[in-house]
Design a protein around this ligand. Sequence first.
Ligand code: ADP
Length: 457
Amino acid sequence: MAAESRLIVVSNRIPTDAQPSGGLVVALHDALKARGGVWIGSSGETSDSPGPLHEIEGVPEYRKLAYDLTEDEHRGFYLGHANSVIWPLFHHRADLIDVDEENRRQYMAVNARVAEMIAKVVEPGDILWVHDYHFLPLGHELRKLGVQNRIGFFLHIPFPNPGDIAALPDQKQLGPWVSSFDLFGLQTQRDVSACLEWLRTATEAEFTLRGRMKLADRFFEVRSFPIGIDVDSFQEAADAADITITDLPVEQKLVLGVDRLDYSKGLPNRFEAFGKYLGLRASDGPRATMLQIAPPSREDVEAYREIRAELESMAGSVNGEHAELDWTPIRYIRRPLPREIVAGLYRRADVMLVTPLADGMNLVAKEFVAAQDGADPGVLILSHFAGAAEQLDGALMVNPYDTSGMARAIDQALAMSLHERHARWLSMMQVIRDTDIEWWTESYLRALRSQPQVQVA
Ligand code: ADP
Protein backbone atom coordinates (compact mmCIF):
# COMPACT_ATOMS: atom_id res chain seq x y z
CA MET A 1 0.00 0.00 0.00
CA ALA A 2 1.24 3.49 -0.82
CA ALA A 3 2.35 5.48 2.24
CA GLU A 4 0.11 8.38 1.32
CA SER A 5 -3.12 7.37 -0.38
CA ARG A 6 -4.92 9.66 -2.82
CA LEU A 7 -7.68 11.72 -1.23
CA ILE A 8 -11.11 12.13 -2.80
CA VAL A 9 -13.24 14.81 -1.17
CA VAL A 10 -16.97 14.97 -1.85
CA SER A 11 -18.97 18.03 -0.84
CA ASN A 12 -22.24 19.58 -1.95
CA ARG A 13 -20.66 22.55 -3.73
CA ILE A 14 -17.29 22.63 -5.35
CA PRO A 15 -15.52 25.99 -5.18
CA THR A 16 -15.09 27.38 -8.67
CA ASP A 17 -12.40 29.96 -7.86
CA ALA A 18 -8.76 29.00 -8.22
CA GLN A 19 -8.14 30.59 -4.79
CA PRO A 20 -11.20 29.71 -2.72
CA SER A 21 -12.25 31.55 0.43
CA GLY A 22 -14.23 30.37 3.47
CA GLY A 23 -12.93 28.22 6.32
CA LEU A 24 -13.86 24.71 5.31
CA VAL A 25 -13.27 25.27 1.63
CA VAL A 26 -9.79 26.62 2.28
CA ALA A 27 -8.97 23.70 4.61
CA LEU A 28 -10.01 21.11 2.06
CA HIS A 29 -8.21 23.01 -0.70
CA ASP A 30 -5.02 22.98 1.40
CA ALA A 31 -5.40 19.30 2.27
CA LEU A 32 -5.81 18.40 -1.40
CA LYS A 33 -3.01 20.69 -2.50
CA ALA A 34 -0.62 19.03 -0.10
CA ARG A 35 -1.57 15.45 -0.99
CA GLY A 36 -3.02 15.64 -4.48
CA GLY A 37 -6.33 14.01 -5.22
CA VAL A 38 -9.75 14.91 -6.46
CA TRP A 39 -12.56 17.18 -5.25
CA ILE A 40 -16.02 16.20 -6.43
CA GLY A 41 -19.10 18.37 -6.00
CA SER A 42 -21.94 20.19 -7.69
CA SER A 43 -21.00 22.97 -10.12
CA GLY A 44 -23.86 25.12 -8.82
CA GLU A 45 -25.30 25.11 -12.37
CA THR A 46 -28.52 23.45 -13.38
CA SER A 47 -28.95 21.79 -16.73
CA ASP A 48 -31.76 19.89 -18.52
CA SER A 49 -29.46 17.02 -19.37
CA PRO A 50 -26.59 16.92 -16.89
CA GLY A 51 -23.78 14.90 -18.39
CA PRO A 52 -20.95 13.11 -16.58
CA LEU A 53 -18.41 14.72 -14.26
CA HIS A 54 -16.56 17.56 -15.91
CA GLU A 55 -13.21 19.02 -15.07
CA ILE A 56 -13.07 22.53 -13.57
CA GLU A 57 -9.91 24.54 -13.82
CA GLY A 58 -8.07 25.12 -10.59
CA VAL A 59 -4.56 24.43 -9.39
CA PRO A 60 -2.21 21.79 -10.82
CA GLU A 61 -1.88 19.84 -7.55
CA TYR A 62 -5.36 18.30 -7.58
CA ARG A 63 -8.38 17.84 -9.86
CA LYS A 64 -11.83 19.35 -9.47
CA LEU A 65 -14.64 17.33 -10.97
CA ALA A 66 -18.11 18.85 -11.04
CA TYR A 67 -21.59 17.66 -11.92
CA ASP A 68 -24.70 19.67 -12.75
CA LEU A 69 -28.12 19.08 -11.25
CA THR A 70 -31.41 19.31 -13.09
CA GLU A 71 -33.93 21.89 -11.85
CA ASP A 72 -36.02 19.04 -10.39
CA GLU A 73 -33.01 17.61 -8.60
CA HIS A 74 -32.10 21.00 -7.18
CA ARG A 75 -35.64 21.47 -5.91
CA GLY A 76 -36.16 17.94 -4.59
CA PHE A 77 -32.69 16.95 -3.36
CA TYR A 78 -31.30 20.29 -2.16
CA LEU A 79 -34.18 22.61 -1.24
CA GLY A 80 -36.62 19.81 -0.57
CA HIS A 81 -35.28 16.82 1.29
CA ALA A 82 -31.86 18.11 2.45
CA ASN A 83 -32.99 21.57 3.58
CA SER A 84 -36.65 21.05 4.43
CA VAL A 85 -36.39 17.68 6.21
CA ILE A 86 -32.85 16.82 7.27
CA TRP A 87 -31.68 20.34 8.21
CA PRO A 88 -34.66 21.19 10.47
CA LEU A 89 -34.84 17.71 12.02
CA PHE A 90 -31.12 17.61 12.78
CA HIS A 91 -31.44 21.10 14.32
CA HIS A 92 -34.14 19.75 16.64
CA ARG A 93 -37.00 21.41 14.73
CA ALA A 94 -39.16 18.41 13.85
CA ASP A 95 -42.09 20.89 13.80
CA LEU A 96 -40.67 22.49 10.63
CA ILE A 97 -40.08 19.39 8.54
CA ASP A 98 -41.86 19.14 5.24
CA VAL A 99 -41.81 15.49 4.20
CA ASP A 100 -42.52 14.93 0.53
CA GLU A 101 -42.22 11.62 -1.29
CA GLU A 102 -40.99 13.14 -4.56
CA ASN A 103 -38.30 15.18 -2.77
CA ARG A 104 -37.13 12.10 -0.92
CA ARG A 105 -36.96 10.21 -4.22
CA GLN A 106 -34.79 12.98 -5.70
CA TYR A 107 -32.51 12.91 -2.65
CA MET A 108 -31.94 9.19 -3.13
CA ALA A 109 -31.60 9.54 -6.91
CA VAL A 110 -28.94 12.26 -6.66
CA ASN A 111 -26.99 10.21 -4.12
CA ALA A 112 -27.19 7.16 -6.41
CA ARG A 113 -26.13 9.20 -9.45
CA VAL A 114 -23.23 10.86 -7.64
CA ALA A 115 -22.11 7.44 -6.32
CA GLU A 116 -22.05 6.08 -9.89
CA MET A 117 -19.95 8.99 -11.08
CA ILE A 118 -17.54 8.60 -8.16
CA ALA A 119 -17.24 4.83 -8.64
CA LYS A 120 -15.91 5.51 -12.16
CA VAL A 121 -12.97 7.57 -10.90
CA VAL A 122 -12.03 5.72 -7.68
CA GLU A 123 -8.81 3.76 -7.78
CA PRO A 124 -7.68 1.09 -5.32
CA GLY A 125 -6.01 2.72 -2.31
CA ASP A 126 -7.88 6.04 -2.62
CA ILE A 127 -9.54 7.30 0.53
CA LEU A 128 -12.86 9.11 0.27
CA TRP A 129 -14.04 11.88 2.57
CA VAL A 130 -17.72 12.74 2.21
CA HIS A 131 -19.11 15.94 3.73
CA ASP A 132 -22.41 16.72 5.32
CA TYR A 133 -26.10 16.01 5.38
CA HIS A 134 -26.65 16.13 1.63
CA PHE A 135 -24.81 12.85 1.31
CA LEU A 136 -25.86 10.62 4.21
CA PRO A 137 -26.70 7.69 1.86
CA LEU A 138 -23.60 8.12 -0.33
CA GLY A 139 -21.43 5.53 1.42
CA HIS A 140 -24.19 2.96 1.19
CA GLU A 141 -24.69 3.70 -2.51
CA LEU A 142 -20.94 3.35 -3.11
CA ARG A 143 -20.84 0.02 -1.24
CA LYS A 144 -23.71 -1.24 -3.41
CA LEU A 145 -21.52 -0.50 -6.43
CA GLY A 146 -18.71 -2.58 -4.93
CA VAL A 147 -16.46 0.27 -3.74
CA GLN A 148 -14.33 -1.19 -0.93
CA ASN A 149 -12.07 1.78 -0.24
CA ARG A 150 -12.00 3.52 3.10
CA ILE A 151 -14.87 6.01 3.15
CA GLY A 152 -15.17 8.65 5.86
CA PHE A 153 -18.05 11.00 6.54
CA PHE A 154 -18.22 14.24 8.47
CA LEU A 155 -21.49 15.75 9.63
CA HIS A 156 -21.11 19.51 10.01
CA ILE A 157 -24.51 19.98 11.66
CA PRO A 158 -25.73 18.51 14.97
CA PHE A 159 -26.74 14.86 15.26
CA PRO A 160 -30.51 14.82 15.85
CA ASN A 161 -32.25 13.96 19.09
CA PRO A 162 -32.53 10.15 18.95
CA GLY A 163 -36.32 10.27 19.49
CA ASP A 164 -36.81 12.66 16.54
CA ILE A 165 -35.24 10.25 14.07
CA ALA A 166 -38.55 8.36 13.96
CA ALA A 167 -39.95 11.38 12.06
CA LEU A 168 -37.55 10.74 9.16
CA PRO A 169 -39.24 8.93 6.30
CA ASP A 170 -35.99 6.98 5.85
CA GLN A 171 -35.36 6.22 9.50
CA LYS A 172 -34.87 2.50 8.84
CA GLN A 173 -32.17 3.20 6.28
CA LEU A 174 -30.18 5.53 8.51
CA GLY A 175 -28.43 2.60 10.25
CA PRO A 176 -27.05 1.07 7.04
CA TRP A 177 -26.15 4.54 5.74
CA VAL A 178 -24.08 5.35 8.83
CA SER A 179 -22.43 1.93 9.03
CA SER A 180 -21.40 2.04 5.37
CA PHE A 181 -18.82 4.66 6.31
CA ASP A 182 -15.68 3.49 8.11
CA LEU A 183 -15.52 6.65 10.21
CA PHE A 184 -18.61 8.69 11.07
CA GLY A 185 -17.25 12.06 12.22
CA LEU A 186 -19.29 14.46 14.33
CA GLN A 187 -18.60 17.90 15.78
CA THR A 188 -18.99 17.31 19.52
CA GLN A 189 -19.11 14.74 22.30
CA ARG A 190 -22.78 15.62 22.69
CA ASP A 191 -23.36 14.57 19.07
CA VAL A 192 -21.42 11.34 19.62
CA SER A 193 -23.53 10.54 22.71
CA ALA A 194 -26.75 11.18 20.76
CA CYS A 195 -25.55 9.01 17.88
CA LEU A 196 -24.48 6.14 20.14
CA GLU A 197 -27.75 6.37 22.06
CA TRP A 198 -29.71 6.10 18.80
CA LEU A 199 -27.54 3.19 17.59
CA ARG A 200 -28.07 1.38 20.91
CA THR A 201 -31.81 1.92 21.17
CA ALA A 202 -33.07 2.01 17.60
CA THR A 203 -30.75 -0.26 15.62
CA GLU A 204 -29.16 -3.69 15.98
CA ALA A 205 -25.69 -2.16 16.33
CA GLU A 206 -23.27 -3.83 18.76
CA PHE A 207 -20.42 -2.19 20.63
CA THR A 208 -17.16 -4.05 19.94
CA LEU A 209 -13.60 -3.73 21.19
CA ARG A 210 -11.67 -0.48 20.85
CA GLY A 211 -14.75 1.71 20.54
CA ARG A 212 -15.83 0.36 17.18
CA MET A 213 -19.43 -0.43 16.33
CA LYS A 214 -20.80 -3.31 14.30
CA LEU A 215 -24.05 -3.20 12.38
CA ALA A 216 -25.03 -6.17 10.20
CA ASP A 217 -21.71 -7.15 8.63
CA ARG A 218 -19.96 -3.78 8.89
CA PHE A 219 -17.60 -2.31 11.47
CA PHE A 220 -17.34 1.46 11.85
CA GLU A 221 -16.28 4.13 14.28
CA VAL A 222 -18.20 7.17 15.57
CA ARG A 223 -15.99 9.97 16.86
CA SER A 224 -15.94 13.73 17.35
CA PHE A 225 -13.59 16.13 15.55
CA PRO A 226 -14.56 19.71 16.41
CA ILE A 227 -13.90 21.81 13.33
CA GLY A 228 -11.51 24.75 13.70
CA ILE A 229 -10.52 27.90 11.82
CA ASP A 230 -7.38 29.40 10.34
CA VAL A 231 -6.54 31.52 13.40
CA ASP A 232 -3.70 33.55 11.90
CA SER A 233 -5.63 34.55 8.82
CA PHE A 234 -8.44 36.00 10.95
CA GLN A 235 -5.99 37.79 13.17
CA GLU A 236 -4.24 39.26 10.17
CA ALA A 237 -7.51 40.28 8.53
CA ALA A 238 -8.58 42.02 11.74
CA ASP A 239 -5.19 43.75 12.02
CA ALA A 240 -5.45 44.99 8.45
CA ALA A 241 -9.07 46.13 8.69
CA ASP A 242 -9.70 49.72 9.49
CA ILE A 243 -13.31 49.94 10.48
CA THR A 244 -14.99 53.20 11.24
CA ILE A 245 -18.71 53.25 11.57
CA THR A 246 -19.32 56.88 10.85
CA ASP A 247 -22.14 57.51 13.23
CA LEU A 248 -20.97 55.12 15.93
CA PRO A 249 -18.53 57.10 18.08
CA VAL A 250 -15.54 55.09 19.33
CA GLU A 251 -16.68 55.44 22.92
CA GLN A 252 -20.04 53.88 22.11
CA LYS A 253 -20.33 50.18 22.94
CA LEU A 254 -20.92 47.80 20.05
CA VAL A 255 -22.80 44.52 20.50
CA LEU A 256 -22.39 42.42 17.35
CA GLY A 257 -24.17 39.50 15.71
CA VAL A 258 -22.98 37.88 12.45
CA ASP A 259 -25.06 35.02 11.11
CA ARG A 260 -26.55 33.53 8.02
CA LEU A 261 -30.27 34.25 8.37
CA ASP A 262 -31.55 30.90 9.61
CA TYR A 263 -34.16 29.89 12.19
CA SER A 264 -31.52 27.81 13.99
CA LYS A 265 -29.52 30.93 14.88
CA GLY A 266 -32.00 32.18 17.51
CA LEU A 267 -32.17 35.72 16.14
CA PRO A 268 -35.66 36.65 17.40
CA ASN A 269 -34.65 35.56 20.93
CA ARG A 270 -31.50 37.64 20.60
CA PHE A 271 -33.44 40.75 19.54
CA GLU A 272 -35.87 40.22 22.39
CA ALA A 273 -32.97 39.87 24.85
CA PHE A 274 -31.37 43.06 23.59
CA GLY A 275 -34.72 44.84 23.98
CA LYS A 276 -34.87 43.58 27.59
CA TYR A 277 -31.32 44.73 28.20
CA LEU A 278 -32.29 48.21 26.97
CA GLY A 279 -35.17 48.13 29.43
CA LEU A 280 -32.75 47.23 32.28
CA ARG A 281 -30.24 49.91 31.52
CA ALA A 282 -30.25 53.20 33.45
CA SER A 283 -31.55 55.97 31.20
CA ASP A 284 -28.40 58.03 31.71
CA GLY A 285 -26.09 54.99 31.39
CA PRO A 286 -23.78 54.40 28.43
CA ARG A 287 -25.50 53.55 25.19
CA ALA A 288 -24.87 50.28 23.41
CA THR A 289 -25.78 49.67 19.80
CA MET A 290 -26.45 46.21 18.49
CA LEU A 291 -25.36 45.57 14.92
CA GLN A 292 -26.77 42.42 13.38
CA ILE A 293 -25.46 41.26 10.02
CA ALA A 294 -27.73 38.54 8.66
CA PRO A 295 -27.87 37.96 4.91
CA PRO A 296 -30.82 35.79 3.88
CA SER A 297 -30.16 32.24 2.72
CA ARG A 298 -32.33 29.51 1.12
CA GLU A 299 -35.13 31.96 0.44
CA ASP A 300 -36.96 29.41 -1.69
CA VAL A 301 -37.82 27.59 1.53
CA GLU A 302 -40.90 28.94 3.32
CA ALA A 303 -39.46 28.79 6.87
CA TYR A 304 -36.63 31.11 5.78
CA ARG A 305 -39.02 33.74 4.42
CA GLU A 306 -40.94 33.65 7.69
CA ILE A 307 -37.89 34.21 9.90
CA ARG A 308 -36.88 37.19 7.79
CA ALA A 309 -40.26 38.89 8.17
CA GLU A 310 -40.33 38.15 11.92
CA LEU A 311 -36.91 39.66 12.50
CA GLU A 312 -37.59 42.83 10.56
CA SER A 313 -40.73 43.43 12.55
CA MET A 314 -38.92 42.81 15.85
CA ALA A 315 -36.08 45.22 15.01
CA GLY A 316 -38.71 47.83 14.18
CA SER A 317 -40.57 47.35 17.43
CA VAL A 318 -37.45 47.40 19.68
CA ASN A 319 -36.23 50.54 17.93
CA GLY A 320 -39.69 52.10 18.12
CA GLU A 321 -39.63 51.66 21.88
CA HIS A 322 -36.04 52.65 22.65
CA ALA A 323 -34.62 54.80 19.83
CA GLU A 324 -33.77 58.44 20.40
CA LEU A 325 -33.17 61.24 17.93
CA ASP A 326 -29.44 60.50 17.80
CA TRP A 327 -29.46 56.75 18.53
CA THR A 328 -30.86 53.66 16.81
CA PRO A 329 -30.30 50.73 19.22
CA ILE A 330 -30.63 47.87 16.70
CA ARG A 331 -29.04 48.13 13.29
CA TYR A 332 -29.75 45.33 10.91
CA ILE A 333 -27.78 44.73 7.71
CA ARG A 334 -29.04 42.13 5.30
CA ARG A 335 -26.17 42.30 2.83
CA PRO A 336 -23.33 39.76 3.21
CA LEU A 337 -20.15 41.66 4.03
CA PRO A 338 -16.64 40.82 2.81
CA ARG A 339 -14.56 38.76 5.21
CA GLU A 340 -12.14 41.65 5.86
CA ILE A 341 -14.99 43.88 7.01
CA VAL A 342 -16.41 41.11 9.18
CA ALA A 343 -12.97 40.62 10.77
CA GLY A 344 -12.75 44.37 11.45
CA LEU A 345 -16.21 44.38 13.04
CA TYR A 346 -15.22 41.46 15.29
CA ARG A 347 -12.24 43.52 16.43
CA ARG A 348 -14.37 46.64 17.02
CA ALA A 349 -17.11 44.79 18.95
CA ASP A 350 -17.23 44.98 22.73
CA VAL A 351 -19.62 42.04 22.93
CA MET A 352 -20.31 39.27 20.43
CA LEU A 353 -23.65 37.47 20.54
CA VAL A 354 -23.53 33.89 19.29
CA THR A 355 -26.82 32.55 20.55
CA PRO A 356 -28.12 29.74 18.30
CA LEU A 357 -30.88 27.38 19.40
CA ALA A 358 -28.86 24.61 17.74
CA ASP A 359 -25.59 24.72 15.80
CA GLY A 360 -23.09 22.07 14.73
CA MET A 361 -20.09 24.16 15.77
CA ASN A 362 -20.53 27.87 14.90
CA LEU A 363 -17.36 29.20 13.34
CA VAL A 364 -18.32 32.82 13.98
CA ALA A 365 -17.63 32.27 17.71
CA LYS A 366 -14.09 31.09 16.94
CA GLU A 367 -13.47 33.80 14.36
CA PHE A 368 -14.47 36.47 16.89
CA VAL A 369 -11.95 35.13 19.44
CA ALA A 370 -9.19 34.97 16.80
CA ALA A 371 -9.85 38.55 15.68
CA GLN A 372 -9.46 40.14 19.13
CA ASP A 373 -6.64 42.40 20.03
CA GLY A 374 -5.19 40.67 23.13
CA ALA A 375 -4.62 44.02 24.84
CA ASP A 376 -8.34 44.85 25.02
CA PRO A 377 -10.44 41.84 24.02
CA GLY A 378 -14.22 41.80 23.67
CA VAL A 379 -16.53 39.34 25.43
CA LEU A 380 -18.13 36.34 23.74
CA ILE A 381 -21.68 35.50 24.81
CA LEU A 382 -22.27 31.94 23.69
CA SER A 383 -25.30 29.66 23.65
CA HIS A 384 -24.99 26.27 25.39
CA PHE A 385 -26.46 24.85 22.19
CA ALA A 386 -23.59 25.82 19.87
CA GLY A 387 -21.09 23.01 19.37
CA ALA A 388 -18.40 25.57 20.22
CA ALA A 389 -19.71 25.69 23.82
CA GLU A 390 -18.04 22.33 24.47
CA GLN A 391 -14.66 23.93 23.84
CA LEU A 392 -14.94 27.66 24.63
CA ASP A 393 -15.53 27.71 28.36
CA GLY A 394 -14.07 31.21 28.58
CA ALA A 395 -17.29 32.53 27.03
CA LEU A 396 -20.26 33.84 29.02
CA MET A 397 -22.64 30.93 28.53
CA VAL A 398 -26.33 31.57 28.05
CA ASN A 399 -29.54 29.71 27.46
CA PRO A 400 -31.02 31.35 24.33
CA TYR A 401 -34.57 30.47 25.41
CA ASP A 402 -34.12 32.57 28.56
CA THR A 403 -34.12 36.09 27.14
CA SER A 404 -34.01 37.74 30.58
CA GLY A 405 -30.87 35.72 31.39
CA MET A 406 -29.37 36.83 28.07
CA ALA A 407 -30.22 40.47 28.87
CA ARG A 408 -28.33 40.14 32.18
CA ALA A 409 -25.39 38.52 30.36
CA ILE A 410 -25.20 41.51 27.97
CA ASP A 411 -25.17 43.83 30.97
CA GLN A 412 -22.47 41.73 32.67
CA ALA A 413 -20.36 41.61 29.51
CA LEU A 414 -20.51 45.36 28.98
CA ALA A 415 -19.37 45.95 32.56
CA MET A 416 -16.66 43.25 32.65
CA SER A 417 -13.20 44.27 33.86
CA LEU A 418 -10.26 44.17 31.49
CA HIS A 419 -8.60 41.60 33.77
CA GLU A 420 -11.52 39.16 33.43
CA ARG A 421 -11.97 39.78 29.70
CA HIS A 422 -8.31 39.06 29.16
CA ALA A 423 -8.28 35.84 31.21
CA ARG A 424 -11.36 34.52 29.40
CA TRP A 425 -9.98 35.43 25.98
CA LEU A 426 -6.60 33.78 26.67
CA SER A 427 -8.20 30.47 27.62
CA MET A 428 -10.35 30.49 24.47
CA MET A 429 -7.44 31.46 22.27
CA GLN A 430 -5.46 28.49 23.54
CA VAL A 431 -8.24 26.10 22.53
CA ILE A 432 -8.80 27.56 19.08
CA ARG A 433 -5.07 27.44 18.39
CA ASP A 434 -4.76 23.84 19.62
CA THR A 435 -7.69 22.69 17.48
CA ASP A 436 -7.35 24.85 14.39
CA ILE A 437 -8.44 23.89 10.89
CA GLU A 438 -5.18 22.12 10.11
CA TRP A 439 -5.48 20.04 13.27
CA TRP A 440 -9.03 19.13 12.25
CA THR A 441 -8.12 17.96 8.74
CA GLU A 442 -5.04 16.09 9.92
CA SER A 443 -6.65 14.36 12.87
CA TYR A 444 -9.68 13.29 10.85
CA LEU A 445 -7.61 11.93 7.98
CA ARG A 446 -5.22 10.17 10.35
CA ALA A 447 -8.16 8.45 12.07
CA LEU A 448 -9.68 7.50 8.71
CA ARG A 449 -6.41 6.10 7.40
CA SER A 450 -6.01 4.02 10.54
CA GLN A 451 -9.34 2.22 10.01
CA PRO A 452 -8.58 -1.37 9.00
CA GLN A 453 -9.32 -1.68 5.31
CA VAL A 454 -10.22 -5.32 5.68
CA GLN A 455 -13.40 -5.45 7.70
CA VAL A 456 -12.36 -6.94 11.07
CA ALA A 457 -13.27 -6.00 14.65
P1 ADP B 1 -23.27 28.28 9.17
O1 ADP B 1 -22.32 27.30 8.56
O2 ADP B 1 -24.52 27.66 9.78
O3 ADP B 1 -23.63 29.41 8.27
P2 ADP B 1 -20.98 29.10 10.85
O4 ADP B 1 -20.94 30.17 11.90
O5 ADP B 1 -20.39 27.81 11.28
O6 ADP B 1 -22.51 28.95 10.43
O7 ADP B 1 -20.19 29.57 9.56
C1 ADP B 1 -20.55 30.73 8.91
C2 ADP B 1 -19.40 31.28 8.05
O8 ADP B 1 -19.91 32.27 7.20
C3 ADP B 1 -18.32 31.96 8.90
O9 ADP B 1 -17.07 31.71 8.33
C4 ADP B 1 -18.68 33.44 8.84
O10 ADP B 1 -17.55 34.30 8.85
C5 ADP B 1 -19.39 33.56 7.52
N1 ADP B 1 -20.53 34.47 7.69
C6 ADP B 1 -21.64 34.25 8.42
N2 ADP B 1 -22.47 35.31 8.36
C7 ADP B 1 -21.88 36.22 7.58
C8 ADP B 1 -22.24 37.54 7.15
N3 ADP B 1 -23.36 38.08 7.57
N4 ADP B 1 -21.39 38.18 6.33
C9 ADP B 1 -20.25 37.61 5.95
N5 ADP B 1 -19.84 36.38 6.33
C10 ADP B 1 -20.65 35.69 7.14
